[in-house]
Design a protein around this ligand. Structure first.
Ligand code: ATP
Ligand code: FE
Length: 335
């Protein structure tokens, strides 16, 4: 079974081909235009998707060494995401499936970030049901109880900003380019995580909040640079390490609580922030300290990609869970 998968929910145009759950190709065209604006500009994102989608799909087919008539089904991201961006992938997927007269499969982007763990990869175990998944990305921060491929329940989520935004906005305050998350991670590796102290929010249950954290970073930097205009340059590594340490602490506190409340200690992470070295180390420590079994994705499956859409599509294909050609994109798509 060959699945051609298309992802266009935000600012990456991506296509992948999977044969029976194994990746044959996984192509991502990252849009550079947004960097100069310090964030994703929706209108520019949809225009860039329009330009990228055909070449990206051709590349994915060529790299997989298959032709269109060998494709069994088209899987695509229906949502959540930016409407203009989703429309490009959705319309393209519908037309292609219709033209080839093959099944169309709709995929929820956040479920796909979790299901990426089921991609066949040497050296990577697949989680067993039930497990907990913490999806940490540019638009979401969720703890999800996963009882089957498509049986998922959100048991905790952010009440304001996503954790990826907390990284990116903190980075922006420090004058780093967008997206700043990976840069904070890079500088944090050489800094002292206890150099500066930032407050952790008090939020009920398994929910998160990051908007107060961002403000705390802003006030801290404003105060310190008033005393010393070169404060950031002199302390960049320590500031980044302290920011990362606090954010990882917030995530791990809730994850610990979720494990305790559900009695499930199999934990997977997904989404762009799961590329962060701090959270990856924290999960490895949790295996040793508390006997959890943790699943950490391969780097290429952390930020947006079509391979994860393909694996979700493959499991829907096995259930014959196909979409109607009249299906539409949904920018807020809950599961
Ligand atoms: P969503 O999946 O919620 O719709 P998205 O698709 O825009 O949002 P992803 O591509 O999954 O988000 O993740 C992007 C986010 O991950 C950005 O905020 C980016 O800064 C962050 N990120 C990527 N690598 C790292 C890293 N090493 N450390 C911290 N943050 C990182
Ligand atoms: Fe994403």
């Amino acid at each position: 079974i060959n699945i051609l998968a298309i992802e266009s929910s935000c600012d990456d145009t991506a296509a992948a081909v999977l044969c029976n759950g194994k990746i044959l190709s996984n192509i991502v065209a990252t849009q550079e235009v947004h960097q100069q604006y310090g964030g994703v500009v929706p209108e520019l994102a949809s225009r860039a998707h329009q330009q990228n989608i055909v070449p990206v799909i051709h590349q994915a087919l060529a790299k997989a060494n298959i032709v269109k008539k060998d494709v069994s089904a088209i899987a695509f991201t229906r949502g959540p995401g930016l409407m203009g961006s989703l429309l490009v992938g959705t319309s393209f997927a519908k037309s292609l499936a219709m033209g080839l007269n093959i099944p169309l499969i709709e995929v929820n982007h956040m479920q796909a970030h979790i299901l990426a763990h089921f991609i066949e990869e040497d050296g990577y175990d697949k989680p067993e049901f039930p497990f907990l998944a913490m999806t940490i990305s540019g638009g979401h921060t969720q703890i999800v109880k996963v009882t089957d491929y498509f049986e998922m329940e959100v048991i905790g989520e952010t009440t304001d900003d996503a954790v990826g935004e907390a990284f990116d906005k903190s980075a922006k305050i420090l004058g780093l380019p967008y997206p700043g998350g990976p840069l904070v991670d890079k500088y944090a590796k050489e800094g002292n995580p206890k150099a500066f102290k930032f407050p952790k929010p008090k939020v009920d249950g398994l929910n998160f909040s990051f908007s107060g954290f961002k403000t705390a970073v802003l006030y801290f930097v404003q105060r310190e640079t008033k005393n010393d205009p070169e404060f950031i340059e002199k302390n960049l590594k320590d500031i980044c390490a302290s920011i990362q340490y606090t954010i990882i602490g917030i995530l791990m506190d809730k994850l610990k609580k979720a494990v305790k409340e559900t009695g499930i200690n199999q934990v997977a992470i997904g989404g762009g922030v799961s590329a962060n070295s701090g959270i990856r180390q924290a999960l490895k420590d949790a295996e040793k300290k508390w006997g959890w079994k943790c699943y950490i994705p391969k780097f290429e499956y952390t930020t947006d990609n079509a391979a994860m859409i393909g694996i979700a599509g493959y499991h829907k294909y096995l259930k014959k869970d196909f979409a109607d050609y009249s299906i539409t994109a949904q920018s807020r798509y809950k599961f």
